[in-house]
Design a binder for this molecule. Structure first.
Ligand SMILES: [Zn+2]
Length: 462
Protein backbone atom coordinates (compact mmCIF):
# COMPACT_ATOMS: atom_id res chain seq x y z
CA UNK A 1 0.00 0.00 0.00
CA UNK A 2 2.76 2.38 1.05
CA UNK A 3 4.77 1.55 -2.02
CA UNK A 4 1.77 2.16 -4.28
CA UNK A 5 1.19 5.55 -2.72
CA UNK A 6 4.77 6.54 -3.36
CA UNK A 7 4.49 5.44 -6.99
CA UNK A 8 1.31 7.47 -7.46
CA UNK A 9 2.89 10.51 -5.86
CA UNK A 10 6.02 10.32 -7.91
CA UNK A 11 3.93 9.90 -11.08
CA UNK A 12 1.91 12.94 -10.07
CA UNK A 13 4.99 15.02 -9.40
CA UNK A 14 6.46 13.84 -12.67
CA UNK A 15 3.29 14.87 -14.52
CA UNK A 16 3.18 18.29 -12.94
CA UNK A 17 6.85 18.69 -13.70
CA UNK A 18 6.41 17.85 -17.36
CA UNK A 19 3.44 20.18 -17.68
CA UNK A 20 5.39 22.99 -16.15
CA UNK A 21 8.28 22.37 -18.52
CA UNK A 22 6.11 22.35 -21.61
CA UNK A 23 5.02 25.95 -21.09
CA UNK A 24 6.79 28.82 -19.38
CA UNK A 25 4.86 30.98 -16.89
CA UNK A 26 5.03 33.79 -19.43
CA UNK A 27 3.47 31.60 -22.11
CA UNK A 28 0.67 30.56 -19.77
CA UNK A 29 0.04 34.22 -18.96
CA UNK A 30 -0.23 34.90 -22.71
CA UNK A 31 -2.68 32.04 -23.12
CA UNK A 32 -4.85 33.57 -20.43
CA UNK A 33 -4.67 36.92 -22.16
CA UNK A 34 -5.66 35.43 -25.53
CA UNK A 35 -8.57 33.60 -23.91
CA UNK A 36 -9.82 36.82 -22.30
CA UNK A 37 -9.36 38.83 -25.49
CA UNK A 38 -11.33 36.28 -27.52
CA UNK A 39 -14.15 36.23 -25.00
CA UNK A 40 -14.38 40.01 -25.17
CA UNK A 41 -14.10 40.38 -28.93
CA UNK A 42 -16.77 40.53 -31.64
CA UNK A 43 -14.30 39.60 -34.37
CA UNK A 44 -15.66 36.12 -35.13
CA UNK A 45 -19.20 37.45 -35.18
CA UNK A 46 -18.19 40.27 -37.55
CA UNK A 47 -16.56 37.78 -39.90
CA UNK A 48 -19.59 35.48 -39.78
CA UNK A 49 -22.00 38.32 -40.35
CA UNK A 50 -19.89 39.53 -43.25
CA UNK A 51 -19.64 36.19 -45.10
CA UNK A 52 -23.29 35.25 -44.61
CA UNK A 53 -24.56 38.72 -45.53
CA UNK A 54 -22.19 40.01 -48.18
CA UNK A 55 -21.60 36.66 -49.87
CA UNK A 56 -24.52 34.48 -48.75
CA UNK A 57 -24.86 30.87 -49.99
CA UNK A 58 -21.63 29.38 -51.34
CA UNK A 59 -22.35 26.37 -53.50
CA UNK A 60 -19.06 25.28 -55.13
CA UNK A 61 -18.66 26.59 -58.65
CA UNK A 62 -21.14 29.44 -58.35
CA UNK A 63 -20.35 33.14 -58.57
CA UNK A 64 -20.88 33.27 -54.81
CA UNK A 65 -18.24 30.60 -54.32
CA UNK A 66 -15.76 32.80 -56.22
CA UNK A 67 -16.82 35.74 -54.06
CA UNK A 68 -16.24 33.66 -50.94
CA UNK A 69 -12.69 32.84 -52.04
CA UNK A 70 -11.99 36.53 -52.70
CA UNK A 71 -13.65 37.42 -49.38
CA UNK A 72 -11.42 35.00 -47.46
CA UNK A 73 -8.21 36.25 -49.09
CA UNK A 74 -9.19 39.83 -48.39
CA UNK A 75 -10.10 39.15 -44.75
CA UNK A 76 -6.93 37.17 -44.02
CA UNK A 77 -4.88 40.05 -45.45
CA UNK A 78 -6.83 42.68 -43.58
CA UNK A 79 -6.34 40.73 -40.34
CA UNK A 80 -2.58 40.81 -40.87
CA UNK A 81 -1.84 37.11 -41.41
CA UNK A 82 1.81 36.62 -42.39
CA UNK A 83 1.03 34.53 -45.48
CA UNK A 84 -2.17 34.16 -47.47
CA UNK A 85 -2.58 31.92 -50.47
CA UNK A 86 -5.00 29.75 -52.42
CA UNK A 87 -4.69 26.23 -53.79
CA UNK A 88 -7.00 24.81 -56.47
CA UNK A 89 -9.39 21.90 -55.99
CA UNK A 90 -11.63 20.32 -58.60
CA UNK A 91 -15.05 18.83 -57.96
CA UNK A 92 -18.17 17.71 -59.84
CA UNK A 93 -20.03 20.95 -60.52
CA UNK A 94 -23.77 20.69 -59.90
CA UNK A 95 -26.48 23.33 -59.93
CA UNK A 96 -30.04 23.42 -58.62
CA UNK A 97 -32.56 25.50 -60.59
CA UNK A 98 -36.03 24.47 -59.48
CA UNK A 99 -37.71 21.93 -57.26
CA UNK A 100 -41.29 21.25 -56.19
CA UNK A 101 -43.54 18.35 -55.35
CA UNK A 102 -47.15 17.59 -54.67
CA UNK A 103 -49.30 14.70 -53.67
CA UNK A 104 -51.63 13.89 -56.58
CA UNK A 105 -53.75 11.10 -55.09
CA UNK A 106 -55.70 10.60 -52.92
CA UNK A 107 -55.94 14.39 -52.39
CA UNK A 108 -53.87 17.00 -54.13
CA UNK A 109 -51.59 19.01 -51.84
CA UNK A 110 -48.11 20.51 -51.96
CA UNK A 111 -45.19 18.88 -50.18
CA UNK A 112 -41.92 20.51 -49.25
CA UNK A 113 -39.10 18.82 -51.06
CA UNK A 114 -35.52 19.54 -52.00
CA UNK A 115 -33.19 17.86 -54.44
CA UNK A 116 -30.18 16.13 -52.95
CA UNK A 117 -26.87 17.36 -54.29
CA UNK A 118 -25.91 15.75 -57.59
CA UNK A 119 -29.53 14.80 -58.38
CA UNK A 120 -30.49 14.53 -62.03
CA UNK A 121 -33.51 16.45 -63.36
CA UNK A 122 -36.98 15.13 -63.95
CA UNK A 123 -38.72 15.88 -67.26
CA UNK A 124 -40.09 19.45 -67.35
CA UNK A 125 -43.56 18.41 -66.21
CA UNK A 126 -42.05 16.37 -63.39
CA UNK A 127 -42.33 12.69 -62.74
CA UNK A 128 -45.41 11.04 -61.20
CA UNK A 129 -45.56 7.66 -59.54
CA UNK A 130 -47.01 5.68 -56.70
CA UNK A 131 -45.02 5.97 -53.49
CA UNK A 132 -43.68 2.81 -51.86
CA UNK A 133 -42.64 3.33 -48.25
CA UNK A 134 -39.62 1.67 -46.63
CA UNK A 135 -38.65 2.27 -43.03
CA UNK A 136 -34.92 1.87 -43.66
CA UNK A 137 -32.37 1.68 -46.44
CA UNK A 138 -31.86 -1.99 -45.61
CA UNK A 139 -35.54 -2.65 -46.16
CA UNK A 140 -35.27 -1.07 -49.62
CA UNK A 141 -32.16 -3.12 -50.36
CA UNK A 142 -34.10 -6.28 -49.40
CA UNK A 143 -37.00 -5.47 -51.76
CA UNK A 144 -37.47 -7.90 -54.69
CA UNK A 145 -35.82 -7.04 -58.01
CA UNK A 146 -38.03 -4.92 -60.32
CA UNK A 147 -40.59 -4.51 -57.54
CA UNK A 148 -40.49 -0.71 -57.90
CA UNK A 149 -41.11 -0.38 -61.67
CA UNK A 150 -42.70 3.04 -62.35
CA UNK A 151 -42.80 3.73 -58.63
CA UNK A 152 -41.18 6.24 -56.30
CA UNK A 153 -39.14 4.72 -53.47
CA UNK A 154 -39.56 6.54 -50.17
CA UNK A 155 -37.36 5.88 -47.13
CA UNK A 156 -39.07 7.02 -43.96
CA UNK A 157 -36.12 6.65 -41.55
CA UNK A 158 -36.26 9.19 -38.73
CA UNK A 159 -33.02 10.59 -37.35
CA UNK A 160 -32.64 10.79 -33.58
CA UNK A 161 -31.47 13.86 -31.69
CA UNK A 162 -28.26 13.69 -29.66
CA UNK A 163 -25.78 16.17 -28.23
CA UNK A 164 -22.94 14.66 -30.29
CA UNK A 165 -25.00 14.17 -33.45
CA UNK A 166 -24.64 10.40 -33.38
CA UNK A 167 -27.97 9.99 -35.20
CA UNK A 168 -26.47 11.49 -38.34
CA UNK A 169 -24.34 8.54 -39.44
CA UNK A 170 -27.14 5.96 -39.53
CA UNK A 171 -29.54 8.44 -41.17
CA UNK A 172 -27.15 9.66 -43.83
CA UNK A 173 -26.73 6.20 -45.37
CA UNK A 174 -30.13 6.63 -46.98
CA UNK A 175 -29.04 9.99 -48.39
CA UNK A 176 -25.80 8.70 -49.84
CA UNK A 177 -27.06 5.45 -51.33
CA UNK A 178 -30.86 5.60 -51.50
CA UNK A 179 -31.14 6.70 -55.12
CA UNK A 180 -28.82 3.92 -56.28
CA UNK A 181 -30.69 1.23 -54.37
CA UNK A 182 -34.07 2.58 -55.54
CA UNK A 183 -32.93 2.53 -59.18
CA UNK A 184 -31.67 -1.03 -58.81
CA UNK A 185 -35.24 -2.07 -57.99
CA UNK A 186 -36.62 -0.23 -60.99
CA UNK A 187 -37.86 2.97 -59.28
CA UNK A 188 -38.31 6.14 -61.34
CA UNK A 189 -37.41 8.47 -58.47
CA UNK A 190 -36.15 8.48 -54.91
CA UNK A 191 -37.51 10.43 -51.97
CA UNK A 192 -36.46 10.30 -48.32
CA UNK A 193 -37.48 11.75 -45.00
CA UNK A 194 -34.93 14.52 -44.44
CA UNK A 195 -31.91 13.86 -42.28
CA UNK A 196 -33.45 16.15 -39.69
CA UNK A 197 -34.29 16.43 -36.02
CA UNK A 198 -37.01 19.04 -36.26
CA UNK A 199 -40.60 19.63 -37.24
CA UNK A 200 -40.25 22.75 -39.38
CA UNK A 201 -41.18 22.36 -43.01
CA UNK A 202 -37.81 22.98 -44.62
CA UNK A 203 -36.40 19.97 -46.41
CA UNK A 204 -32.72 19.16 -45.81
CA UNK A 205 -30.44 18.74 -48.80
CA UNK A 206 -27.02 17.03 -48.72
CA UNK A 207 -24.65 14.98 -50.79
CA UNK A 208 -25.79 11.92 -52.70
CA UNK A 209 -24.19 9.87 -55.40
CA UNK A 210 -24.82 7.57 -58.34
CA UNK A 211 -23.12 4.35 -59.27
CA UNK A 212 -21.75 3.53 -62.71
CA UNK A 213 -24.03 1.11 -64.52
CA UNK A 214 -27.05 2.00 -62.37
CA UNK A 215 -29.80 4.21 -63.79
CA UNK A 216 -29.67 7.76 -62.39
CA UNK A 217 -33.03 8.69 -60.86
CA UNK A 218 -33.93 12.02 -59.24
CA UNK A 219 -32.84 12.02 -55.59
CA UNK A 220 -34.84 14.10 -53.14
CA UNK A 221 -35.70 14.71 -49.49
CA UNK A 222 -38.91 15.99 -47.90
CA UNK A 223 -39.47 17.75 -44.58
CA UNK A 224 -40.45 15.79 -41.48
CA UNK A 225 -44.09 17.00 -41.43
CA UNK A 226 -44.48 16.04 -45.10
CA UNK A 227 -42.98 12.62 -44.40
CA UNK A 228 -45.47 12.26 -41.53
CA UNK A 229 -48.29 13.12 -43.94
CA UNK A 230 -47.20 10.48 -46.45
CA UNK A 231 -46.77 7.95 -43.65
CA UNK A 232 -50.35 8.58 -42.41
CA UNK A 233 -51.82 8.32 -45.89
CA UNK A 234 -49.96 5.14 -46.78
CA UNK A 235 -50.50 3.42 -43.44
CA UNK A 236 -54.22 4.05 -43.67
CA UNK A 237 -54.27 2.02 -46.86
CA UNK A 238 -54.34 4.73 -49.56
CA UNK A 239 -52.52 4.38 -52.80
CA UNK A 240 -50.48 7.60 -52.76
CA UNK A 241 -49.03 9.11 -55.91
CA UNK A 242 -46.68 12.07 -55.94
CA UNK A 243 -45.38 14.39 -58.64
CA UNK A 244 -41.75 15.43 -58.20
CA UNK A 245 -40.24 18.20 -60.28
CA UNK A 246 -36.50 18.78 -60.08
CA UNK A 247 -34.57 20.92 -62.53
CA UNK A 248 -30.83 20.74 -62.01
CA UNK A 249 -27.69 20.46 -64.08
CA UNK A 250 -24.46 18.53 -64.07
CA UNK A 251 -21.90 21.10 -65.27
CA UNK A 252 -18.91 18.76 -65.38
CA UNK A 253 -15.72 19.43 -63.52
CA UNK A 254 -15.49 22.69 -61.62
CA UNK A 255 -12.57 24.38 -59.88
CA UNK A 256 -12.56 26.22 -56.60
CA UNK A 257 -9.86 27.11 -54.09
CA UNK A 258 -8.79 26.28 -50.58
CA UNK A 259 -7.87 29.55 -48.93
CA UNK A 260 -5.07 29.43 -46.40
CA UNK A 261 -3.96 32.07 -43.93
CA UNK A 262 -0.82 31.46 -41.91
CA UNK A 263 0.58 33.00 -38.77
CA UNK A 264 4.18 31.99 -39.27
CA UNK A 265 6.05 30.38 -36.40
CA UNK A 266 9.06 32.23 -34.99
CA UNK A 267 11.17 29.11 -34.22
CA UNK A 268 9.80 26.24 -36.29
CA UNK A 269 7.96 27.86 -39.21
CA UNK A 270 7.58 24.57 -41.10
CA UNK A 271 5.79 22.84 -38.26
CA UNK A 272 2.20 23.93 -37.98
CA UNK A 273 -1.11 23.64 -36.19
CA UNK A 274 -3.95 23.23 -38.67
CA UNK A 275 -7.33 24.68 -37.75
CA UNK A 276 -10.19 25.70 -40.04
CA UNK A 277 -13.54 24.92 -41.53
CA UNK A 278 -15.03 24.72 -45.00
CA UNK A 279 -15.68 27.80 -47.06
CA UNK A 280 -18.45 26.37 -49.24
CA UNK A 281 -22.04 25.81 -48.20
CA UNK A 282 -25.25 24.46 -49.62
CA UNK A 283 -27.30 26.85 -51.72
CA UNK A 284 -30.54 26.90 -49.70
CA UNK A 285 -29.52 28.91 -46.62
CA UNK A 286 -26.60 31.24 -46.04
CA UNK A 287 -24.34 28.63 -44.50
CA UNK A 288 -24.11 30.32 -41.10
CA UNK A 289 -23.91 27.18 -38.96
CA UNK A 290 -22.50 25.03 -41.76
CA UNK A 291 -19.86 26.24 -41.91
CA UNK A 292 -19.61 30.00 -41.76
CA UNK A 293 -19.17 29.68 -38.00
CA UNK A 294 -16.17 27.35 -38.34
CA UNK A 295 -14.58 29.68 -40.89
CA UNK A 296 -15.12 32.81 -38.82
CA UNK A 297 -14.10 31.46 -35.44
CA UNK A 298 -10.87 29.81 -36.58
CA UNK A 299 -9.82 32.92 -38.52
CA UNK A 300 -10.54 35.04 -35.45
CA UNK A 301 -8.76 32.59 -33.11
CA UNK A 302 -5.50 32.82 -35.06
CA UNK A 303 -5.77 36.59 -35.20
CA UNK A 304 -6.20 36.76 -31.42
CA UNK A 305 -3.07 34.64 -30.96
CA UNK A 306 -0.99 36.78 -33.30
CA UNK A 307 -2.16 39.94 -31.56
CA UNK A 308 -0.66 38.74 -28.25
CA UNK A 309 2.47 36.88 -29.35
CA UNK A 310 3.90 35.26 -32.46
CA UNK A 311 3.74 31.48 -31.84
CA UNK A 312 6.84 29.24 -32.00
CA UNK A 313 5.28 27.01 -34.64
CA UNK A 314 3.01 28.24 -37.43
CA UNK A 315 -0.75 28.28 -37.24
CA UNK A 316 -2.49 27.60 -40.51
CA UNK A 317 -6.14 28.39 -40.92
CA UNK A 318 -7.28 26.26 -43.85
CA UNK A 319 -10.67 27.10 -45.36
CA UNK A 320 -11.48 24.03 -47.40
CA UNK A 321 -13.30 24.20 -50.75
CA UNK A 322 -16.21 22.03 -51.91
CA UNK A 323 -16.65 20.01 -48.72
CA UNK A 324 -20.36 19.56 -49.22
CA UNK A 325 -19.96 17.89 -52.59
CA UNK A 326 -17.48 15.32 -51.26
CA UNK A 327 -14.48 16.77 -49.35
CA UNK A 328 -12.85 17.87 -52.60
CA UNK A 329 -10.84 20.72 -51.10
CA UNK A 330 -9.56 18.51 -48.28
CA UNK A 331 -8.57 15.75 -50.71
CA UNK A 332 -6.66 18.30 -52.79
CA UNK A 333 -4.96 19.84 -49.74
CA UNK A 334 -3.71 16.60 -48.24
CA UNK A 335 -2.65 15.29 -51.66
CA UNK A 336 -0.72 18.45 -52.40
CA UNK A 337 0.98 18.41 -49.00
CA UNK A 338 1.37 14.62 -48.83
CA UNK A 339 5.12 14.74 -48.34
CA UNK A 340 5.00 17.18 -45.44
CA UNK A 341 2.04 15.95 -43.42
CA UNK A 342 4.45 15.10 -40.62
CA UNK A 343 4.83 18.86 -40.13
CA UNK A 344 1.30 19.02 -38.75
CA UNK A 345 1.66 19.09 -34.96
CA UNK A 346 -2.07 19.32 -34.27
CA UNK A 347 -5.22 19.49 -36.38
CA UNK A 348 -8.81 20.37 -35.54
CA UNK A 349 -11.71 21.41 -37.74
CA UNK A 350 -14.79 23.28 -36.59
CA UNK A 351 -17.71 22.00 -38.68
CA UNK A 352 -20.57 21.27 -36.35
CA UNK A 353 -22.37 24.60 -35.94
CA UNK A 354 -21.81 27.11 -33.18
CA UNK A 355 -23.08 25.43 -30.02
CA UNK A 356 -21.01 25.64 -26.84
CA UNK A 357 -17.89 23.49 -26.77
CA UNK A 358 -18.24 21.07 -23.86
CA UNK A 359 -15.37 18.62 -24.36
CA UNK A 360 -11.75 18.50 -25.49
CA UNK A 361 -10.31 15.26 -26.81
CA UNK A 362 -7.01 14.29 -28.40
CA UNK A 363 -5.61 11.50 -30.52
CA UNK A 364 -1.90 11.48 -29.75
CA UNK A 365 0.84 9.20 -28.47
CA UNK A 366 1.21 8.78 -24.70
CA UNK A 367 4.30 10.99 -24.52
CA UNK A 368 2.22 13.93 -25.78
CA UNK A 369 -0.51 13.53 -23.14
CA UNK A 370 1.15 15.95 -20.67
CA UNK A 371 0.79 18.68 -23.32
CA UNK A 372 -2.84 17.70 -23.86
CA UNK A 373 -3.52 17.86 -20.12
CA UNK A 374 -1.89 21.28 -19.92
CA UNK A 375 -4.13 22.51 -22.77
CA UNK A 376 -7.18 20.98 -21.08
CA UNK A 377 -6.33 22.90 -17.92
CA UNK A 378 -6.44 26.19 -19.85
CA UNK A 379 -9.73 25.20 -21.51
CA UNK A 380 -11.39 24.39 -18.18
CA UNK A 381 -12.25 28.05 -17.40
CA UNK A 382 -14.38 27.93 -20.59
CA UNK A 383 -16.41 25.07 -19.05
CA UNK A 384 -14.74 22.56 -21.32
CA UNK A 385 -14.18 19.12 -19.91
CA UNK A 386 -11.16 16.98 -20.75
CA UNK A 387 -12.35 13.81 -22.46
CA UNK A 388 -9.65 11.23 -21.84
CA UNK A 389 -10.64 8.70 -24.48
CA UNK A 390 -7.82 9.97 -26.76
CA UNK A 391 -9.74 8.84 -29.85
CA UNK A 392 -10.63 12.16 -31.51
CA UNK A 393 -11.66 11.95 -35.15
CA UNK A 394 -11.72 15.65 -36.00
CA UNK A 395 -14.01 17.21 -38.60
CA UNK A 396 -14.94 15.79 -42.02
CA UNK A 397 -12.17 17.63 -43.86
CA UNK A 398 -9.64 15.78 -41.72
CA UNK A 399 -10.83 12.40 -43.05
CA UNK A 400 -8.37 12.48 -46.01
CA UNK A 401 -5.60 13.31 -43.51
CA UNK A 402 -6.55 10.41 -41.24
CA UNK A 403 -6.52 8.09 -44.21
CA UNK A 404 -2.93 9.06 -44.93
CA UNK A 405 -1.37 9.06 -41.51
CA UNK A 406 -1.96 8.78 -37.82
CA UNK A 407 -1.98 12.53 -37.36
CA UNK A 408 -2.31 14.26 -33.99
CA UNK A 409 -5.98 15.12 -34.35
CA UNK A 410 -8.02 16.99 -31.77
CA UNK A 411 -11.73 17.49 -31.22
CA UNK A 412 -13.33 20.45 -29.52
CA UNK A 413 -16.72 18.80 -29.10
CA UNK A 414 -19.65 21.15 -29.61
CA UNK A 415 -23.15 20.76 -28.31
CA UNK A 416 -24.94 19.73 -31.50
CA UNK A 417 -28.34 19.06 -29.93
CA UNK A 418 -30.14 21.38 -32.35
CA UNK A 419 -27.58 21.37 -35.20
CA UNK A 420 -29.64 19.01 -37.35
CA UNK A 421 -32.71 21.21 -36.98
CA UNK A 422 -31.06 23.64 -39.41
CA UNK A 423 -28.29 21.71 -41.15
CA UNK A 424 -28.48 21.93 -44.99
CA UNK A 425 -31.77 23.84 -44.99
CA UNK A 426 -32.98 27.28 -46.04
CA UNK A 427 -33.15 27.93 -42.31
CA UNK A 428 -29.38 27.85 -41.78
CA UNK A 429 -29.03 31.60 -41.34
CA UNK A 430 -27.13 34.00 -39.09
CA UNK A 431 -29.90 34.38 -36.51
CA UNK A 432 -29.37 30.74 -35.49
CA UNK A 433 -25.92 31.60 -34.11
CA UNK A 434 -25.60 32.81 -30.53
CA UNK A 435 -22.84 35.47 -30.37
CA UNK A 436 -21.89 34.49 -26.80
CA UNK A 437 -21.42 30.84 -27.75
CA UNK A 438 -19.43 31.87 -30.80
CA UNK A 439 -17.04 33.79 -28.52
CA UNK A 440 -16.57 30.72 -26.32
CA UNK A 441 -15.77 28.65 -29.42
CA UNK A 442 -13.30 31.27 -30.63
CA UNK A 443 -11.57 31.41 -27.25
CA UNK A 444 -11.32 27.61 -27.12
CA UNK A 445 -9.74 27.34 -30.58
CA UNK A 446 -7.37 30.18 -29.72
CA UNK A 447 -6.22 28.50 -26.49
CA UNK A 448 -5.85 25.12 -28.17
CA UNK A 449 -3.98 26.37 -31.26
CA UNK A 450 -1.71 28.67 -29.30
CA UNK A 451 -0.63 26.00 -26.85
CA UNK A 452 -0.22 23.30 -29.51
CA UNK A 453 2.01 25.73 -31.40
CA UNK A 454 4.07 26.68 -28.35
CA UNK A 455 4.67 23.45 -26.42
CA UNK A 456 8.33 22.71 -25.70
CA UNK A 457 8.09 19.27 -27.28
CA UNK A 458 6.33 18.66 -30.56
CA UNK A 459 3.00 16.82 -30.26
CA UNK A 460 3.20 13.46 -31.98
CA UNK A 461 1.03 10.57 -33.03
CA UNK A 462 3.35 8.07 -34.62
ZN1 LIG B 1 -20.18 21.31 -42.91
Amino acid sequence: MKKRLITLCSTFIFCVGVQAQEFTPKQLEQVKQVRENALNSDLSWQLLESITTEVGPRLPGTENDKKAVAWAVEQFEALGFDKVWTEPATFPHWRRYHESARIITPSEQPIHLTALGNSVSTPEQGITGEVVLFETLDELIAAPQDSLKNKIAFINYRMNRHVDGNGYGPAVRARNNGAVEAAKKGAIAYMMRSVSTTEHRFAHTGGSHYQPGVNKVPATAISNPDADQLERLISSGHSVSVNINVQSEDLGEGTSYNVIGEVTGSEFPNQYVLIGGHLDSWDLGTGALDDGAGVALTMAAAKHIKAVAQPKRSIRVVLFAAEELGLWGAKAYFERHAKSLGNIVAAAESDFGAGLIYGFESNVTANALPIVRAIAKQLAPLNIEYIRANAAHGGPDLIPLRERLNAPIFALHQDGTDYFDYHHTANDTLDKVDPIKLKQNTAAYAVFAMMAANSKNKITNK
